[in-house]
Design a protein around this ligand. Sequence first.
Ligand code: PMP
Length: 464
Amino acid sequence: MNASFQINDPRAAIEADRAHVWHHMVQHKPFESADPRIMVEGRGMKLWDITGKEHLDAVSGGVWTVNVGYGRERIADAVRDQLVRLNYFAGSAGSIPGAHFAQALIAKMPGLSRVYYANSGSEANEKAFKMVRQIAHKHHGGRKSKILYRDRDYHGTTLACLSAGGQKERNAQYGPFAPDFVEVPHCLEYRAFEQGHGDLSGADYGRAAADAIEAVILREGPDTVGALCLEPVTAGGGVITPPEGYWPRVQEICRKYDILLHIDEVVCGIGRTGTWFGYQHYGVEPDFVTMAKGVASGYAAISCCVTTEAVFEMFKDESDPLGHFRDISTFGGCTSGPAAALENMAIIEEEGLLENTSRMGTRLMGNLHALAERHAVIGDVRGKGLFCGAELVSDRDARTPADEKRVQAVVADCMAQGVIIGASNRSVPGYNNTLCFSPALIATADDIDRITDAVDGALGRVFG
Ligand code: PMP
């Protein structure tokens, strides 16, 4: 497979970018002497940049998004058809694709029933936070306004989402933050010893980590806590999979104290872990589920905040003129989002991509474990479906995190080999040491092996 594009004047695009584009997440000083990277075309798992270099994308568009792979004409066709029929109407009206996608989505989410549309993961999370706050005002006399979030979790880039952000480096220099967001400890079995739980493993550690949430609730006062917001598998914080015992106990605690459970599926949602949603591995019954990236695989901007009918009912009250959810997202009225999302979901079903994700995820985990036998720098391998991480350490016994610069050097070495992998970066101080893998759900065995072969070579060169 070769790139099909012809670029008339690549230099002009590079210079326009250098002069005027402020890229996400990076320090721009190096662009004074080196060209910024510009991606031009993608098909399946492959990408071509403006220099013509081919890349195998092991991170689905950089940040775990393009679940069904690049170049899906049927999504483009569905979006085009919808755009020429009706591109947009917002406010109180619905749309045909919006109705059908909500129905299709709810069919995958037993126990939930209402879909609120927005455009980004941050925005979907803000919707849930606002609903929790309004429920506190309407139904708890202004109490139960606190929202608990977990150390190392990330919920988005806006100030309220950063207020619920457990990644201190992402937050640094952006405070002060919104009040009544309260942190609970993270749950990473590999580092249980750092929380004084070195003697616990598996379900025992899982329960102890959940008990630590209960301790925070008791400290704050259960009647002040409205919701607990967690990632099912922590993504940017280091691909942290929960041990047995954790989620059942979390659910029990939420029920005991009448705390709404908000699961942030922005990364895990729509197949990434081999089930439609990450929480479905753990038998959890959430009150809110937010999702974004994989919903339309980046073919359109769409996110959803999904709730139960019980939550929805709390806003139905004509006696209170302020009692409904007085929120809008201008581009929540774009029909391209649900039109793309419907096709995206159909592709996942028709091509059996959940099954493929489970199979290829097992292969990816197996390959990473095999690498760990040969590279002492791999301290821990974690993952669920096609969402895996390898935590790098400089001392296996002490579990000392590897130097971040060398972790980034592994990513750069893979990039030079034509394989794009990720690593936690500028998120958790001292722990930006996990390599991340999240290839598209269409990955083949050859793709998986190529990815881990690249990592094998890179680890050898960087760590000797
Ligand atoms: N939640 C999680 C778990 C995320 O990883 C992200 C983005 N990386 C977000 C929320 C925010 O999504 P967005 O960037 O679309 O606002």
